[in-house]
Design a protein around this ligand. Structure first.
Ligand SMILES: [Zn+2]
Ligand SMILES: [Zn+2]
Length: 321
């Protein structure tokens, strides 16, 4: 889906009376404006109608609640949340401890070999590391959202499950603690941080100075990959964020809340980059994701987002009192 097609989203509450919908949407728009202290346009109202109102803690107040479309009471979200295991949590804790130890160790050597005369290379290397992290976040997020199923052995429950849960209950991430939020991302960086620590420990000074800029690139890449889901969590947090985080979001140093809402418009097929979000607009302009999807579909026959769509349908009837 291109952003220009937001008005034709298949989940646009077609059965709802249009006048009450526009009134409710404008009321909610006012609420969001107050909470976010950001300017909202008519496009934002379309986003608000087609994604969970995360600034509304109940998450379903716009609708008649005959079927829960989003949030912690969604039947699929409850089932997916119940599949988080003790073993998985243990793996996440170990990953976070190892990652932090190696980060501190490597940072000591990055500082030790820092030479201000090389700033013209160090700064671009660092920025390239951040951009690479943003691109990597987009590709991994796109793969997990678009292909595969929760029923697949090992990766289904351990890796794809949180992505399915996140679409039908975007607020669940705000209730996850630091370990559950960041465990997987920290784990990804451990092997390279270990290798970097090995180089800083055993290589001689001359060789280390030759690879210094590359290691700065990899170090920034590792930091931003590690922090990606924390930035993502903050982009879903509408209450109680520290002012310095809001400042970083407002000036788009990290993923802004309003920006990330575009991904959460059904059917979740664009704006996949969730580290800084810097690459979302350029990738949207060149239609990068539809192009990738058409290639995969042509060669495998798989339909994009079929599992994601199936989980979204796992609603259960609720009683209206
Ligand atoms: Zn997603
Ligand atoms: Zn999200």
């Amino acid at each position: 889906m291109c952003l220009s097609s937001l008005t034709t989203s298949p989940c646009s509450a077609s059965s709802t009376d249009s006048s009450s919908l526009s009134g409710a949407a404008s009321k909610r728009n006012d609420m969001m404006e107050n909470n976010l202290q950001e300017d909202f346009s008519s496009e934002d109202m379309l986003v608000a109608k087609n994604s969970m109102p995360e600034d509304d803690p109940n998450g379903n107040t716009l609708h008649d609640a005959r079927e829960i479309r989003w949030g912690p009471q969604h039947a699929g979200a409850k089932l997916l949340a119940s599949q988080y295991t003790k073993e998985k949590r243990f793996q996440e804790i170990i990953s976070i401890i190892l990652c932090i130890i190696f980060m501190i160790y490597n940072f000591f050597f990055i500082c030790r070999y820092f030479d201000v005369r090389n700033c013209y290379l160090i700064i671009p290397s660092a920025l390239l590391g951040i951009l690479t992290a943003d691109l990597a976040s987009g590709i991994v997020h796109w793969c997990a959202d678009t292909w595969g199923s929760v029923d697949m052995p090992f990766i289904g429950r351990n890796f794809l499950r949180p992505f399915r849960e996140h679409h039908i209950d975007p607020t669940s991430i705000t209730r996850h603690d630091f370990v559950e939020t960041n465990g997987d991302n920290f784990a990804v960086t451990v092997p390279y941080l270990l290798y970097m620590a090995y180089k800083f420990t055993y290589w001689n000074d001359t060789d280390l100075r030759k690879i210094y800029n590359f290691e700065v690139y990899m170090f920034l890449l590792a930091i931003f990959v590690s922090m990606t889901n924390q930035f993502h969590k903050w982009s879903h947090t509408y209450f109680g964020l520290p002012s310095y985080i809001v400042f970083l979001q407002r000036y788009h140093v990290i993923l802004p809340r309003k920006h990330h809402r575009l991904h959460h418009v059904v059917p979740h097929d664009t704006y996949f980059c969730i580290t800084t979000g810097w690459l979302n607009w350029p990738l949207e302009m060149i239609k990068f994701w539809p192009w990738l999807e058409s290639i995969v579909e042509t060669y495998t026959g798989a339909k994009p987002r079929s599992d994601d769509f199936a989980w979204a349908q796992k609603t259960e009837k609720v009683h209206c009192y």
